[in-house]
Design a protein around this ligand. Structure first.
Ligand code: NAD
Ligand code: TYD
Length: 358
């Protein structure tokens, strides 16, 4: 029996991971520790809330004594840290909460597991896994499409978000080097799929297009991201936990680089056809003032995880985006709940005064 203590399990990737683990293993317990920020939503976990293998704990990872007592109480084999502030645009507005959660929260968890695991008996087969991002490597150029982020690419973050994630990665590495803590770090590219909060590109565009609202594309729209279907990311994390070499970093990516314009046009085409609605068209696109410090291109070479663990992305982008659009169309109530109230104020604040370029 393996016990997973997952933090941030009520968010986008964390909730997909909870579903993944419970549906792929019988003999597990999953403890989900989440403080339920605007991005955390227990509706994502309604289907497993009665599962006796699942426990929800409402707590903040920055609460040091609580984290320590949870590690003592549940004695997890694996601690998987998803909990974070995750949106680059919010980090540009308010960097300090990113340092609090992403850096200090990570240290609080590291201290809890170090104190619980690094005594006379040692950690055994236990592991701490930090869910990180390719954004810690900085940016690649569009002119060198054959250059990719590798595990030994120097960290060179640009946004407050990626700076906080890179800092956390350095602390995780330092706890491995200093205290011998058994860790892994995964650095994944952009995820998409069910339960993603509609402040991120794909769900925001699906939501706006459906209601014939403007589709705000930053700058020229030629920035490139490597998109991975969320379930493929969950599978990679579970593999790294169970089979990854202790102390190693693994990059995770989809070999699926697309420009933002491509993504937006694909969503428009798919939605217009599904809903038989000609008003969903490219004339909804507005090129708006660019994001400050906007990274041009992210691209991952997931060779190490493929060679060592046999992981490869299984969901082609065309299938993944079709499944994602179906999920949002079938879950209008979920979308309504998360976009009511403060979401309207967020949208007005972030986009209301943004200069329209074309
Ligand atoms: P998300 O914003 O959807 O979810 C974050 C979750 O963390 C929420 O449930 C929130 O309530 C919880 N949380 C925030 N602060 C907390 C705190 N102090 N204590 C406890 N819980 C807290 O994020 P996501 O997109 O699911 O990303 C999850 C992780 O994966 C993050 O660490 C992110 O950096 C990383 N990541 C994300 C992507 C992506 O494309 N979304 C790609 C690579 C890596
Ligand atoms: P996002 O989903 O915020 O992920 P990240 O910044 O972590 O890569 O954004 C993906 C890309 O889409 C990024 O280049 C910024 C761009 N973008 C827009 O053009 N318009 C938008 O409204 C948003 C949210 C993002």
């Amino acid at each position: 029996m393996k016990t997973y203590l997952v933090t941030g399990g009520a968010g986008f990737i964390g909730s997909n991971f909870v579903h993944y683990v419970l549906s792929h293993h019988d003999d597990v317990k999953v403890v989900n520790v989440d403080s339920l920020t605007y991005a955390g939503n227990l509706e994502n976990l309604a289907a497993v809330s009665e599962d006796e293998r699942y426990v929800f704990v409402h707590a903040d990872i920055c609460d040091r004594s609580r984290m320590r007592s949870l590690v003592d109480e549940f004695d997890p084999d694996y601690v998987v840290n998803f909990a974070a502030e995750s949106h680059v645009d919010r980090s540009i507005e308010n960097p300090s909460v990113f340092a609090d959660t992403n850096v200090l929260g990570t240290i609080s968890l590291l201290d809890a597991v170090r104190d619980a695991w690094m005594g006379a008996d040692g950690p055994g087969e236990r592991k701490y896994l930090q869910v990180s991002t390719d954004e810690v490597y900085g940016t690649l150029s569009l002119d060198e499409p054959d250059t990719f982020f590798r595990e030994d690419t120097p960290l060179s973050p640009h946004s407050p978000y990626s700076a906080s994630k890179a800092s956390a990665d350095l602390f995780v590495q330092a706890y491995a080097d200093t205290y011998g803590l058994p860790i892994n770090i995964t650095r994944c590219s952009n995820n998409y799929g069910p339960y993603q909060f509609p402040e991120k590109l794909i769900p925001l565009m699906i939501h706006n297009a459906q209601s014939h609202e403007a589709l705000p594309v930053y700058g020229d729209g030629l920035n490139v991201r490597d998109w991975l279907y969320v379930e493929d990311h969950c599978k990679a994390i579970d593999l790294v936990l169970r089979k990854g070499r202790v102390g190693e970093v693994y990059n995770v990516g989809g070999h699926n680089e697309r420009s933002n314009m491509y993504i937006v046009e694909r969503i428009i085409a798919e939605l217009a056809e599904r809903l038989d609605d000609p008003a969903i068209c490219t004339s909804l696109i507005r090129h708006v003032e660019d994001r400050k410090g906007h990274d041009r291109r992210y691209g991952i070479a997931p060779d190490k995880i493929k060679e060592e663990l046999g992981w490869e992305p299984e969901t082609a982008f065309e299938d993944g985006i079709a499944r994602t659009i179906s999920w949002y169309l079938d879950n209008q109530e979920w979308v309504e709940h998360v976009t009511s109230g403060t979401y309207q104020q967020y949208f007005e604040h972030m986009y209301g005064n943004r200069k329209v370029l074309s």
